[in-house]
Design a protein around this ligand. Structure first.
Ligand code: XUL
Length: 521
């Protein structure tokens, strides 16, 4: 029996998914929600509450504890971890963990004590800045200046210096806490941190996730000396050289063998970012298939035939785990904005979809919402900003269904506007993430993009991507074969565009752009 385990350490939960190569089935799919299962971390949405909306950190020990809870859940559900032949996984991108003692000094985790208590003394920084943090504008400007300007940073790394990217976050830590910086000997991304926990060794950062740091030279696949220098003194010594996403980084540590029944010597393949992993899980590693992921963040991404960068400076180029590159644009006001509207107007998800499908019309009779409930990444809106334009009832907050349509239309139009630079064919578009089962949201996406929108049968594409990457690296199964077997489209849930809505959404797109231009800095 050849089974592979994929993990996904995302913003609000840690998930595990097991695939069976013999039957072609997903035989386990479990999640631990941080807010619900680990309330002692005071992170109902996966991050610590902070007065400054630009500051978003999480407690890395929450992720450690979640790993043990998740494995306990799997064992309780009679998932035989001894039959797993390989493990890989993914993490929310850009977030960083700082260690005063390397994982390589651990030797072996003791089964006598919770993992959390053993990881705590290794940390040089109690909290981890995550992708939602936008408090590093000053550092971005400093890095860009020192490295020779925005265009040079884009040419080297595929992105401008970006607030949530790890390099600017590292620089801020070095400036704000010089003593803690001096005692830091090792820096991890969430992905390499999770792989290090599993192997009890310092796992390297992979090229897929490493490209989201403003430190990786995409041309050479190595840390750029100029960007290392521009970011913080002594940084080179704190980062291991990056590796390709298919590298074997160790074996599952004895602790997990003894406590959860893994087989000794189960290989662990480099973990990557949740978006590169999702590219694999969606079966979209070849150019020609675009993906929209509707999670805490909304992202739109696609494998690229040739490297291309965003002239507006919002988009990014990351490593494609199957080789070459992928393009991505990220929107911070994803599910948090949809949840805010649903909550404010007392709509459950059925009523939300119903409001879109049955009680309102494409274009929303001109009602338009700028839904930046948290600082936005694309376009750059540095502080929360929510504006309502349209009828009196809508503006005064008395029209729940128009509000539901308005948040989704604004998101879909923004996804379309800011993904044009990717230049790849956007029809059909595969969708994944929590909201990809909402028919109201799929209808709006189909009409706005004038494209067929196709969900997959498995919704957790990032964890699936982890399992598939383990199967490719350990079992040698080709990417196309894995996609054919595990990334099957749910064609019965696919939504076709209504051509009659094209003109309405072209007009609404112009209106959104006009309103955005009024507020953009
Ligand atoms: C991508 C990004 C987010 C995180 C969280 O650049 O910041 O999508 O990976 O999932």
């Amino acid at each position: 029996m050849a089974r592979y385990l994929g993990l996904d350490a995302s913003t609000q939960s840690l998930s595990a998914l097991v695939i069976d190569m013999d039957t072609g089935a997903v035989c386990a799919n479990h999640s631990v929600g941080f807010g619900e299962r680990l309330p002692q971390y005071h992170s109902p949405k996966g991050f610590l509450v902070h007065d400054d909306p630009r500051v978003r950190h999480s407690d890395p020990l929450m992720w450690v504890e979640a790993l043990e809870l998740l494995l306990e859940d799997l064992v309780k559900a009679s998932v035989d971890l001894g039959s797993v032949r390989g493990v890989s996984g993914a993490g929310q991108q850009h977030g960083s963990v700082y260690l005063a003692r390397s994982f390589d000094t651990v030797g072996a985790w003791s089964t006598e004590r919770p993992l959390r208590d053993q990881v705590q003394p290794l940390l040089s920084r109690r909290t981890s800045p995550i992708w939602m943090d936008s408090a590093t504008s000053v550092e971005c400007a400093e890095i860009a200046r020192a490295a020779g300007g925005d265009d040079r940073v884009v040419a080297l790394t595929g992105s401008r210096a970006i607030e949530r990217f790890t390099g600017p976050q590292i620089r801020k830590f070095y400036k704000d806490s010089p003593a803690d910086w001096a005692r830091t000997c090792e820096i991890h991304l969430v992905s390499s941190f999770m792989a290090s926990l599993l192997t009890a060794h310092s796992a390297p950062i992979d090229l897929g996730d490493g490209a989201g740091m403003n430190l990786l030279d995409l041309g050479t696949g190595t840390w750029s000396p100029d960007l290392l220098d521009a970011t913080a003194p002594g940084l080179k010594a704190k980062l291991r050289p990056p590796v390709s996403c298919t590298t074997r980084v160790g074996v599952v540590a004895d602790f997990f063998v003894k406590k959860y029944g893994f087989s000794p010597d189960t290989p662990v393949i480099a973990f990557t970012g949740d978006n590169p992993s999702s590219l694999v899980g969606m079966g979209a590693t070849r150019p020609g298939t675009a993906v929209i992921s509707l999670g805490t963040s909304d992202t739109v991404f696609a494998a690229m035939a040739a490297p291309r960068t965003d002239p507006r400076g919002y988009g990014h180029v990351f490593g494609n785990p199957a080789g070459n590159f992928m393009a991505l644009a990220c929107f911070a006001n994803g599910s948090l904005a949809r949840e805010e509207i649903a909550h404010r107007f007392g709509l459950d998800w059925d009523a939300f979809a119903d409001g879109i499908l049955k009680r309102t019309r494409p274009g929303n009779r001109g009602n338009l919402l700028l839904p930046f409930f948290v600082p936005e990444i694309t376009p750059r809106v540095p502080v929360p900003l929510v504006r309502w334009f349209g009828s009196e009832a809508f503006v005064d907050g008395h029209d729940p269904y128009a509000a539901a349509r308005a948040v989704v239309e604004a998101q879909a139009l923004s996804l379309r506007l800011y993904s044009r630079w990717i230049g790849e064919d956007m029809n059909p578009i595969l969708v994944t993430g929590g909201a990809s089962c909402n028919p109201g949201i799929l209808r709006v996406l189909a009409d706005v993009f004038q494209a067929r929108i196709v969900p997959l049968q498995v919704s957790n594409s990032s964890a699936l991507g982890g399992a598939l990457r383990a199967a490719q690296a350990v079992g040698g199964t080709a990417w196309d074969e894995l996609a054919r077997r595990f990334s099957a489209p749910a064609n019965h849930l696919a939504v076709k565009p209504d051509p009659a809505t094209r003109a309405v959404y072209d007009e609404a797109g112009h209106e959104l752009e006009r309103r955005l231009n009024e507020i953009l800095v």
